[in-house]
Design a protein around this ligand. Sequence first.
Ligand SMILES: NC(=O)c1ccc[n+]([C@@H]2O[C@H](COP(=O)([O-])OP(=O)(O)OC[C@H]3O[C@@H](n4cnc5c(N)ncnc54)[C@H](OP(=O)(O)O)[C@@H]3O)[C@@H](O)[C@H]2O)c1
Length: 306
Amino acid sequence: MNKVIMITGANTGIGKDTARQLALKSETTKIYLACRNKAKAEIAKKDLEKITGRKIFEIIILDVSDTDSVRKAVRNLKEPIDAIILNAGGVGGKTPRALTKDGVTTITAINLLGHVVLVNELLDANKLRNTVLFASSEAARGIKKTGMKRPDLKTSSIEEFRNVFNGQYFGSDFDALQVYGVIKYGGTLWMSSMARKYPHIKFLSISPGGTRGTEGFDSLPFLQKIMFKYIGMPIFMPLMGLSHSLPKGAKRFVDGINNPNLESGGFYASKENVLTGPIIDQSVIFQDLKNEQYQDNAYEAIQSFA
Ligand SMILES: NC(=O)c1ccc[n+]([C@@H]2O[C@H](COP(=O)([O-])OP(=O)(O)OC[C@H]3O[C@@H](n4cnc5c(N)ncnc54)[C@H](OP(=O)(O)O)[C@@H]3O)[C@@H](O)[C@H]2O)c1
């Protein structure tokens, strides 16, 4: 049973609603809100205390794009946690392509590298007991209806994954929405590799599905933002089974961390032509997800920056 849970990017969107729903379960005894901005985290904590009536939230300051801050946060953590939800992420802010001091693009750092270092440090310090949940996305297997292409690497070698993570793979064609899908794919493969390396911990990749009411599209270029946030998500996407409410998106994480039917190393998300509804094993849709060599290559590639 997961009683003590940490959530990255918990001050808004799916992370915050996941915290709210988990706090409404009596078995949850502590929720660490791992956020980069203290002021935003404090507002979220107060709000969560008010709406849930529970004082079980603690703030941990952690910026997933800065691996030193991640290491410091783990050093400062006073107790082991049962589960971690690797939720922080998105399309990379205003500068998704900019390299961090570790040599990866910002979009890789916030979705993946910071989380890789976080899990490594927690495991090394014996501060993680049961479950790791990675916020993946259907973009990791392609979403035809929204024009997000299925990742199609040439060799899926360690070197190719390194070039995905440092941006060189994309050359001058760096469309943050497309790159996002390939990074989530790499992260999902890393999780499957981790599941085989650490059999005593459960590693689950789950997509929240197309979820409205978040800030996820705010940093996209103007036209893409208008298309997705104000036209696509609220008007057309619900009609096409491509978006659902914030509580529904977060519920996938809340149910996922305690669901004994989900297998460690698996990637669970929507059925092929929708972004809502029940979750299914995504390797049925995209077989590369099951390829252990690809999984280990993605693992080696991202670890080489950690
Ligand atoms: N919404 C969807 O339809 C959808 C679909 C599939 C997958 N997902 C995934 O679900 C997760 C949550 O998405 P969302 O829609 O809830 O996004 P959101 O509303 O933009 O929230 C993202 C959260 O991540 C935090 N964050 C971003 N960069 C960070 C950093 N460097 N260090 C620490 N925290 C950072 C943000 O903090 P600040 O407030 O400080 O920026 C915020 O709390 C993401 O991983 C996203 O890729 C979302």
